[in-house]
Write a protein that binds this ligand. Structure first.
Ligand code: SF4
Length: 83
């Protein structure tokens, strides 16, 4: 099966990784965690970004579904920050 470049893990075959990420996110304190609406908005922006390859941001190497969960994190693309 071909990899979908613009897919989040949620939409691809990375189910084990996604499960691990969700478990890690669940351990964050409410203070650390981005509100759900902000989290989803961030992921929508990532989905429109050319730097997203199979759930990974090519600017930082992070799984965006993990990075976006932290309230204090920012999009790492300093020249074209999306969130
Ligand atoms: S550069 Fe920013 S918007 Fe693009 S995939 Fe990375 S975190 Fe998402």
């Amino acid at each position: 099966m071909a990899e979908c470049k613009r897919c989040l893990l949620l939409e691809s075959s990375g189910a084990d990784t996604l499960s691990d990420i969700r478990q890690r996110i669940s351990k964050l304190s409410e203070k650390e965690k981005a509100p759900q609406d902000l989290y989803l908005k961030r992921l929508e922006m990532c989905k429109e970004c050319d730097e997203l390859i199979s759930g990974v941001c090519m600017k930082c190497g992070c799984y965006v579904e993990f990075r976006a969960a932290f309230i204090k994190q920012k999009c790492p693309n300093a020249n074209n920050r999306k969130w």
